[in-house]
Design a protein around this ligand. Structure first.
Ligand SMILES: C[S@@+](CC[C@H](N)C(=O)[O-])C[C@H]1O[C@@H](n2cnc3c(N)ncnc32)[C@H](O)[C@@H]1O
Length: 251
């Protein structure tokens, strides 16, 4: 997409000017930041913790490693990585949204996670880090919101060290018809009501459901990662493909 940037893109089911999407996404996360964690637990019945646990296991972070938790939001993955990489390692929690970063920073500080974590406000499309810098990059439930996903994947490829691993945890396409039907009703009818009740913002959770449907499915994302230069790309479906973890290496 990036060489010939189109004038319009999607924001959920709406078609918007490409230059406006980031602003619209920002307004969603400014609005939900304070209640983001509780909504995640309620909407997923806590299952997002299992998806994230599997992501951490797959990442294989070791003491001394440098990890980028991109679109890291309120820092669930950063908190775990911080313990795994230890004093000699470093975790960068990068996010475009200062409200999400603020909630993340204060949550992690309250938990005593201080020494090896840095917070950086950055757009995934143009990462402000040197080439070949990180051992591991994760982007959890973030890529869906990025306007130019191909540019973002190339940017991640650039800052990953040779031998490094990218993990993309994202909503994806359920594999069975029955699951697709149940999930449709749940995400279009139930989640916006929960969002309204908890955050007083049904619209942001309508966007969530729509943005999930507009996101590339498992195979398409795999090809996008390969096109961005990642190798040995594979994915694991979780909860019947409601969520998929894509893994790719830079060699
Ligand atoms: C659904 S939250 C995910 C937060 C966290 N990774 C998690 O799994 O709980 C998506 C995050 O992506 C961030 N985001 C959206 N567009 C971005 C971009 N272009 N670059 C960096 N972060 C972005 C949002 O600000 C938000 O914090």
């Amino acid at each position: 997409m990036s060489e010939d940037k189109p004038n319009s893109t999607h924001f959920g089911y709406k078609t918007v000017d490409t230059d406006k999407k980031a602003e619209l996404v920002a307004s969603v996360f400014h609005s939900v930041a304070a209640k983001y964690d509780i909504m995640n637990d309620v909407m997923s019945f806590g299952v997002h913790r299992l998806w994230k646990r599997f992501t951490i296991q797959t990442a294989g972070a070791r003491p001394g490693m440098k990890v980028l938790d991109l679109a890291g939001g309120t820092g669930d993955l950063t908190a775990k990585f911080s313990k795994l990489v230890g004093d000699k390692g470093q975790v960068v929690l990068a996010d475009i949204n200062d409200s999400m970063l603020k909630v993340g920073r204060s949550k992690l500080r309250d938990r005593g996670i201080i020494g090896n974590v840095n917070y950086v406000q950055a757009n995934a499309e143009a990462l402000p880090f040197p080439d070949n810098h990180f051992d591991i990059i994760t982007i959890a439930f973030g890529l869906r919101n990025v306007t130019d996903k191909d540019a973002a994947l190339r940017s991640m490829q650039r800052v990953l060290k040779p031998g490094g691993k990218l993990l993309v945890l994202e909503f994806s396409t359920p594999q069975h018809e029955i699951m697709r039907k149940v999930y449709d009703v749940y995400s279009f009818k139930v989640i916006p009501k929960m969002g309204d009740f908890i955050t007083k913002d049904a619209g942001s959770y309508e966007y969530l459901a729509e943005s999930i449907r507009m996101h590339p499915d498992q195979e398409t994302l795999k090809h996008m990662m390969q096109d961005a230069g990642f190798e040995q790309v594979e994915y694991t479906n979780m909860t019947d493909g409601v969520v998929a973890l894509h893994k790719g290496y830079k060699f």
